[in-house]
Design a binder for this molecule. Structure first.
Ligand code: ZN
Length: 273
């Protein structure tokens, strides 16, 4: 971290009283993050995990791939593809198992559990938009993996939980829910650009912010959006307000964090617990 970024981080720390960590915590489990040493020359190697390029950072004269591990990953041997100026080689690493809880939720609007055919069409097109936003890999500036908490409030540790809505199993939870009253301002946890914004069937009013190098954050169930697609945002800038739009049991922020397209546990970015 250079002096300027250190200064900015200190200011952000003073402004929000949140605790900023320079890097997320490592956790080599499904939904976690692995730091893997990779070789490179004076410029970083290109590192690919599955089908997606990963962020690579410089630490103490070493190149380190920061690898998001998808929640659906089967524990065991994994492989990174590392491309340097002189060729390609594989770097193995291991993912250990983690048991996540099961969560049972009751949704008043049954259509949000059993969507009709028109809803399903809408959901499919929204999933494409979401996937495109989460797959961004822009390379402007230096990679930064520091995130502040977007909202003060009670954070659930429900990341990864298997979900049963009105008695029916649905996709596991791939974000963090932060309880806060409707209208609470949501702050961008880092600088970036808004790459997608809209009203989504399950996620309600939703924003996606690209922070560069495969780090993309998403914000769901907002009461209102304060930014639009294409806007540049600064760390700490208000991007919208907490609400209860979409499939919810009450007002809260659903915060998702993607690294190399994998939705990882946002709690790994927040220190001082
Ligand atoms: Zn959620």
């Amino acid at each position: 971290m250079n002096g300027f970024r250190l200064l900015l981080a200190s200011l952000a720390l003073a402004a929000s009283a949140a605790f900023a960590t320079d890097l997320p915590r490592e956790s080599r489990v499904p939904g976690g993050i692995a730091f893997i040493d990779v070789t490179g020359g004076t410029s970083p190697p290109r590192v690919v995990y599955g089908e997606h390029q990963t962020a690579v950072i410089r630490r103490d004269d070493r190149w380190i791939a920061v690898v998001g591990i998808p929640l659906a990953t089967k524990p065991g041997a994994q492989t990174l593809q590392v491309y340097t100026g002189t060729g390609k080689h594989d770097v193995p690493f291991n993912v250990t198992d983690k048991q996540y809880r099961t969560q049972k939720l009751t949704i008043k609007n049954q259509r949000q559990v059993d969507p009709n055919p028109d809803d399903l069409k809408r959901i499919a097109s929204e999933q494409e938009r979401s996937s495109a936003a989460l797959s961004k890999f822009t390379t402007t500036g230096m990679p930064s993996l520091t995130l502040l908490s977007p909202v003060p409030g009670v954070r659930s540790d429900s990341y990864g939980s298997r979900r049963i809505f009105n008695g029916q199993p649905r996709n596991p939870h791939t974000g963090m829910d932060i309880a806060a009253p409707t209208g609470t301002p949501i702050k961008s946890p880092a600088a970036g650009s808004v790459v997608e914004a809209g009203d989504f069937f399950f996620n309600g009013n939703t924003l996606y912010i690209d922070h560069g190098y495969g780090l993309v954050t998403m914000y769901c169930h907002l009461d209102s959006l304060a930014v639009k697609a294409g806007d540049a945002v600064q760390a700490g800038q208000v991007i919208g307000k907490v609400g209860a739009t979409g499939r919810v049991t009450g007002p809260h922020l659903h915060w998702g964090v993607a690294l190399n397209r994998a939705m990882v546990d946002p709690g790994l970015f927040l220190g001082g617990e």
